[in-house]
Design a protein around this ligand. Structure first.
Ligand SMILES: NC(=O)c1ccc[n+]([C@@H]2O[C@H](COP(=O)([O-])OP(=O)(O)OC[C@H]3O[C@@H](n4cnc5c(N)ncnc54)[C@H](OP(=O)(O)O)[C@@H]3O)[C@@H](O)[C@H]2O)c1
Length: 279
């Protein structure tokens, strides 16, 4: 039990979140429940799901099968686009809690801002109420750009503790992360291996990996956690999920961080939350 130990980073509200977790997009059913139970057994504590993934029942079952106490696990789920708005957000969370078979989630995120409907602020206001009631330990967002975060803050005076964004050395999101860092908001990277952007194929990534005697995937993930960003890579293979969390026995040099900056494709290649919407 606990092959790996994963450090945590502090959150604005006084809590903390593990630096590495496991994603669950596209995974479902028994296979997911068994994989999560194994991941938790191996030391993973942060699990990322969403109402939209239609797998919360399997996530709850994986936690149950792990036999690790609920209060040692950090469960993130997300408000689906169709659950944004007054009354709907509460209802959406109640449905998630029932499916997850739990009394609370550790982190609730607005999945996408979906600006065409203009419901993010009232969704955020309702999330703050759910937080006050203890149904949600921490409140955050996903895919929010700085001006969209500002809107939430202007309306409530409360910043999200986390912004889960598309993030890898190939999509370094420099300006968004600078905004988050200035306000103490933790960046959490989705698709952190940058597969679609070919981050793992880059010669510089392989060169650095060989130098440290690690996998290219570990270099790419280390780049994020070394800057205090949480990562949630997903793998169905134990060797990979073990190596994806084994990021704390080596350190990238300043020069290596500078070299990795050369593979950034730039903000224009990231999914644009001004126009991309999800339900
Ligand atoms: N907030 C959002 O809008 C949003 C959007 C997308 C995703 N997410 C979350 O972020 C999580 C991670 O994103 P993702 O699943 O899209 O991408 P990812 O975790 O970066 O990549 C997953 C892919 O990489 C492979 N892989 C995993 N470890 C590897 C390794 N060490 N070496 C080589 N290949 C490896 C996996 O294959 P194998 O399984 O075969 O190893 C899988 O095909 C999701 O599961 C989800 O929870 C959030």
């Amino acid at each position: 039990m606990n092959t790996i130990t994963i450090p945590s980073v502090p959150l604005l509200d006084g809590g903390s979140i593990p630096l590495v977790g496991t994603g669950t997009l596209f995974a479902k059913g028994n296979e997911l429940a068994d994989r999560l139970a194994e991941c938790i057994y191996d030391g993973y504590r942060l699990i990322d799901t969403a109402a939209q993934y239609a797998n919360e029942v399997a996530v709850g079952e994986g936690i149950r099968r792990s036999s690790v106490p609920r209060d040692e696990i950090f469960v993130t789920t997300k408000v689906a686009g169709s659950d944004q708005g007054r009354g709907l957000t509460r209802h959406g969370l109640e449905d998630s809690l029932r499916r997850l078979n739990t009394d609370y989630v550790d982190l609730l995120l607005i999945h996408w801002p979906n600006p065409s409907r203009g419901l993010a602020v009232e969704t955020w206001q309702e999330m703050l109420e759910l937080h006050a009631e203890g149904l949600v330990k921490h409140v955050g967002v996903s895919n929010f750009l700085p001006h969209q975060l500002e809107e939430l803050y202007q309306a409530t005076g409360v910043w999200p503790v986390v912004d889960q964004i598309q993030l890898s050395p190939a999509l370094a999101r420099t300006e968004v992360r600078a905004f988050l860092a200035e306000r103490g908001i933790v960046a959490e990277g989705w698709r952190p291996l940058g597969q679609a952007e070919h981050a793992l194929d880059q010669i510089i990534v392989h060169t650095i990996a060989e130098r440290h005697g690690v996998e290219p995937s570990q270099v790419v993930l280390r780049w994020a956690v070394q800057q205090g960003a949480v990562v949630i890579p997903a793998s169905q293979h134990r060797q990979r999920w073990l190596s994806n969390a084994d990021l704390f026995s080596f350190e990238l040099t300043d020069q290596e961080m500078i070299d990795l900056a050369t593979i950034d494709l730039g903000e224009a290649k990231a999914w644009d939350a001004n126009t991309h919407e999800e339900w």
